[in-house]
Design a protein around this ligand. Structure first.
Ligand code: AGP
Length: 609
């Protein structure tokens, strides 16, 4: 998820572009760049936060009144000046910025290389610049036809802003699945990935739809459909104030990121499943490498560790490969027994967590292969691991992880399934059935957000005075209860613990008294009755039971409050029950008036021991 901006009018473009980018830095902040039309197109790029680019431009006199800009969240190619946008075609005819992911960029790169194109970056975006140029030259056609042919040919998501050498006073845009709005006022025309970037200049905007393009002239915007025919668009007025806009109208980044989960889960699935087949080739984790793995050892911190606990159940059940999971701060000092045929998996959103990085280095120093499941491209853990599988959650601003957690679960499932197939532990039929079910998860998550959110908000306000809470479950339900408990603790400051339901009667049940809040996660059919009797034991001691279960599991009789989630295969229930657990934690914290995005004593990335 990057941020793109553009301006074409009568004022100096550079100021408007840099101001717009500063309002979009929450979308990505690992590198930035602008292209300004002076006599020819001038491009300036820099690695790191926008302030670095501003410094670079501080002594430049740029009077051009037409330009585009970009702030990056790397997906393909590490954060670097070379990989930063704008990207240009070989002869500079096409200059563009892009937000999104071109899934078939490798195939297109081969095609363009056959036509003599050379590539200077590791990005999927440079392919777009050359492909538009390729069509532009091959068919000697104008910008709109070159862009439309490109839209037909590429697979993935994109919002692009393009400048053509031969069309000095025009910016061309197009989009599919990635956001873009176009604004206009008496000073010119504007484009941006999100409202905050242009609210200072205009509230008059157009919404461009999927597979549509537009030409931004100094005083008008012309829209086109995929046939190249001109279409009309209705101008809308934005009511929001700037801060609300950065959160797209949500009260906090956390709830905004919770709502982004269907989209980012879909993106992450789309980046690994192609034609009903999982491919990790890009990471170098070949089928052969997978089939040689004798043991798996997952190491991480906090919520990422909880993904590991869930993954342990799924990997062992599907692939029959022994899997251990450990907290990184313990792993790094306890001299773990590691085997050469073992794969150590490090899970991390930030890719910079000190204990997880040290655990990675410890495993490498012992000659063991390492796989990183990471959200930040180019982060230390990503750079140092032997293999990297990126999650596509985009930048996660709220300290309490939600969408990154959900995308890590997806990658863990895909790893388990591919390992199981490479070990001959599942048939191709089972393989297809599992993938089919995973591809349903974005819709199921969306239905929880659509149908249950209001109920969860209501019941949560009844718990804001609670001092303690317990989360219980068996198997994968216990694993995800760990995450539910952490979510509540870290943002509401209510003490809570997660317990394997069968463990309660070995001590902790003595803490259960009248109205003690117990959240029971009950999705695993094969241990359903066992969990039910544990909940009954709690109920009989006065506990208040809030249960989370699918339709086919009846826990009504022990529940004071029951939340139903869509059905799926047993391996994937953590992806659904966690949404309810995130919302519970969020709304309980909000009902206590806490700033959930920046909870006390916590940091988004713990880069110290
Ligand atoms: C989770 O909400 C917390 N922010 C924290 O537990 C986090 O999961 C942990 O610090 C690990 O961070 P990482 O995924 O960036 O390595």
């Amino acid at each position: 998820m990057c941020g793109i901006v553009g301006y074409n009018g009568k004022n100096k473009a550079i100021d408007i572009l840099l101001d717009g980018l500063s309002k979009l830095e929450y979308r990505g902040y690992d590198s930035a760049g602008v292209a300004i039309r002076e006599k020819d197109i001038k491009i300036f790029k820099s690695k790191g936060k926008l302030v670095n680019l501003k410094e670079k431009l501080s002594n430049k006199r740029l009077n051009g009144t037409c330009g585009i800009g970009h702030t990056r969240w790397a997906t393909h190619g590490e954060p670097s000046e070379n990989n930063a946008h704008p990207h240009i075609s070989n002869d500079g005819n096409v200059t563009l910025v892009h937000n999104g992911i071109i899934e078939n960029y490798l195939e297109l790169t081969q095609k363009l290389k056959k036509h003599g194109y050379k590539f200077y970056s590791e990005t999927d975006t440079e392919v777009l610049a050359n492909l538009i140029d390729y069509y532009y030259k091959k068919y000697k056609i104008g910008p709109i036809d070159a862009i439309n042919r490109t839209m037909v040919r590429v697979r993935g998501s994109y919002a692009i802003a393009v400048m053509f050498e031969e069309y000095p006073d025009e910016i061309w845009v197009a989009r599919k699945d990635s956001p873009m709005i176009i604004g206009q006022n008496e000073d010119g025309t504007y484009l941006a990935s999100d409202v905050p970037a242009m609210l200072k200049y205009t509230r008059q905007v157009y919404y461009i739809d999927n597979m549509e393009a537009a030409c931004l002239k100094k005083n008008q915007v012309i829209f086109f459909d995929l046939n190249g025919d001109v279409i009309t668009k209705e101008m809308k007025t934005i009511e929001w104030d700037i801060t609300a806009a950065e959160k797209e109208g949500y009260e906090h980044f956390m709830i905004k990121e919770i709502h982004e989960q269907p989209e980012v889960i879909k993106k992450t699935i789309g980046s690994y499943i192609n034609n009903k087949t999982i491919s990790f080739e890009e990471s170098g984790l070949t089928k052969e490498a997978l089939s040689n793995i004798k043991q798996v050892y997952i190491v991480a911190c906090g919520s990422a560790y909880h993904v590991g606990v869930c993954a342990q159940y799924v990997i062992e059940e599907l692939s029959k490969v022994q899997t251990r999971v450990d907290i990184a701060s313990e792993f790094r000092y306890r001299k773990p027994l590691l085997d050469k045929d073992e794969l150590v998996i490090i899970i991390s959103q930030s890719g910079e967590t000190a204990d997880s990085l040290a655990a990675l280095r410890e495993a490498k120093s012992r000659g063991v292969k390492t796989l990183a499941i990471v959200n930040v491209v180019g982060s230390s853990i990503a750079r140092e691991a032997d293999y990297v599988l990126y999650t596509l959650a985009g930048p996660e601003i709220a300290v309490a992880t939600t969408k990154a957690f959900s995308t890590q679960l997806i990658v863990a499932y895909l790893f388990a399934i591919e390992l199981a197939l490479s070990k001959g532990q599942i048939t191709k039929t089972k393989y297809n059935e599992l993938l089919k079910e995973i591809e349903k998860l974005p819709t199921s998550v969306q239905s929880i957000l659509d149908n249950d959110l209001k109920n969860i908000q209501k019941i949560s306000s009844e718990f804001s005075y609670k001092q303690d809470a317990f989360y219980i479950g068996r198997g994968l339900d216990y694993a995800i209860s760990l995450e539910g408990s952490l979510k509540l603790k870290e943002i509401s400051y209510i003490h809570s613990e997660a317990y394997a339901a069968g463990e309660l009667k070995h001590g902790t049940i003595s803490l259960i008294e009248d109205n003690t809040l117990v959240i029971g996660v009950v999705t695993q059919e094969d241990v359903y009755e066992k969990t039910l009797s544990n909940l009954t034991e709690v109920k009989s001691r006065g506990g208040y039971i809030l249960s989370i279960s699918p339709e086919n599991i009846d826990v009504k009789k022990v529940s004071n409050y029951s939340i139903k989630i869509p059905q799926t295969l047993k391996y994937f229930y953590p992806s659904l029950s966690v949404i309810v657990l995130q919302l519970l934690g969020y709304y309980i914290a909000v009902s206590k008036g806490i700033d959930v995005d920046k909870p006390r004593n916590l940091a988004k990335s713990v880069t110290v021991e």
